[in-house]
Ligand binder design. Structure first.
Ligand SMILES: [Zn+2]
Length: 405
């Protein structure tokens, strides 16, 4: 099983310069080929080959290095990884899962990846161009379970350096419990509440997160009043970055605790897949989705389910999970987002909107794995998105991790 741990790096001054060179060169390569790929598309729109792929860009990178020899100073594989990330960004765009890739800005989400030749020697992590190793601190428990390091991603956050180690884990997981209707749960992730479970339990968004968000807003206002390039401004920027980091850590901690509690309690856990595009389309939802980090939650839930021998079932984006009556199956097409209580005109049932949705999600999941017969008519099946049910799509660590926030 592949998992990840984040450690803090303590580079010396020489290493800091080399790390900055890596961030800079990887950003340069990313932006350069983002532009090239756009240019190529504009001039070859109607040609048989209308776009550049990853392999085209790796060939072009070799030429680019001759033109800019300073690119030789950094790990060649890290530059190639930038092309890989760019390619993924374009693929997501082509598949309508994301917006068009954006140019990277200096000092904003600085990162680079190292895919090979990584080792940990004592309290140092060694990789190409850093053969003497960078001193680090991390969780001893996590580090002791590393069987093989697959990749590392180095990031900079509020002036500090971090390394996410993606690794193959030692040890076997317990055998999965059989899929069963008993002790199964549907989870509706939402705006008002973080999660509503089909047995009636609701998990509220934690208040401490709101507190930090308030502090962030205050700092943002302060920042807007500071003069450009002033020392005071720099101080506020650092404070703001630290507040963001605190917020991220709090969220991660919250998601970790919730996913453990759910994985321990239930044997079959059913959640809805979330289309990135749907979230982007609805701005109001997009904000909240960012807030509660649904993707991160799903990833954690998957890991915890493995750890405790439980089953995670992901159903396809099932549009009317909130519009269906969980009692009689009536589809209420005109249900508004503001209606917090689902009232069914056919059977007369009244129920909390999210609770009703979680019951539907559970039912759809049980149908998907064949434990329950579908009670829905073919027309409902066609309009419900049930045909779109597909297995869990693993998302990359970079997508799910803190880098994109
Ligand atoms: Zn009904």
């Amino acid at each position: 099983m592949i998992t990840t741990t984040k450690v803090k790096l303590y580079p010396n001054e020489t290493q800091k310069i080399l790390l900055e060179n890596h961030f800079g060169s990887c950003r340069f390569v990313y932006n350069y080929f983002l532009n090239k790929r756009d240019e190529y598309y504009i001039t070859h729109k109607d040609a048989e080959k209308s776009s550049l792929n990853y392999f085209d860009t790796t060939k072009m990178l070799a030429e680019l290095k001759k033109q800019y020899p300073w690119l030789y100073e950094v790990n060649a594989q890290s530059l190639q990884m930038s092309l890989r990330f760019l390619d993924n960004a374009f693929k997501n765009f082509f598949h309508k899962n994301a917006n068009h890739p954006k140019f990277k800005k200096k000092g904003k989400n600085d990162y680079f990846a190292v895919p090979q030749y990584i080792s940990i020697k004592g309290n140092r992590i060694c990789f190409p161009k850093f053969s003497e190793g960078i001193y680090f601190k991390g969780s001893k428990e996590k580090l002791s379970e590393i069987k093989e390091i697959k990749q590392i991603i180095i990031t900079k956050d509020a002036g500090d350096y971090y390394c996410s180690i993606i690794y193959e884990k030692e040890g076997n997981f317990p055998e999965k419990k059989p899929l069963s209707v008993e002790n199964s749960v549907g989870i509706d992730l939402g705006l008002e509440k973080f999660a509503t479970l089909s047995d009636g339990i609701a998990i509220e968004n934690p208040r401490f997160i709101k507190k930090v968000e308030k502090k962030i807003k205050k700092l943002q206002r302060q920042l807007s009043r500071k003069q450009k390039d002033s020392n005071n401004r720099k101080k506020v920027v650092l404070k703001l970055q630290r507040a963001y980091r605190k917020l991220r850590n709090m969220r991660e901690d919250f998601l970790e605790k919730v996913s453990i509690a759910i994985a321990k309690r239930y044997d079959t856990i059913i959640i809805e897949d979330l289309g990135v595009q749907d979230m982007q389309r609805n701005h109001r939802i997009a904000k909240s989705v960012g807030d509660v980090s649904f993707y991160s939650f799903r990833q954690k839930l998957m890991w915890k389910a493995d750890k405790y021998g439980k089953n995670l079932v992901v159903i396809g984006k099932f549009a009317p999970s909130s519009k269906l009556c969980s009692n009689c199956g009536n589809l209420k097409k005109d249900l508004k987002l503001s209606e917090r209580v689902y009232h069914c005109d056919v059977c007369g049932m009244s129920m909390d909107r999210d609770y009703n949705a979680s019951k539907n999600i559970r039912k759809m999941g049980l149908i998907k794995v064949g434990l329950v017969q579908s009670e829905f008519t073919p027309v409902e099946m066609a309009t419900s998105g049930l045909r779109g049910i597909y297995p869990y799509r693993q998302i990359s660590i970079v997508e799910a991790g803190s880098l994109e926030h």
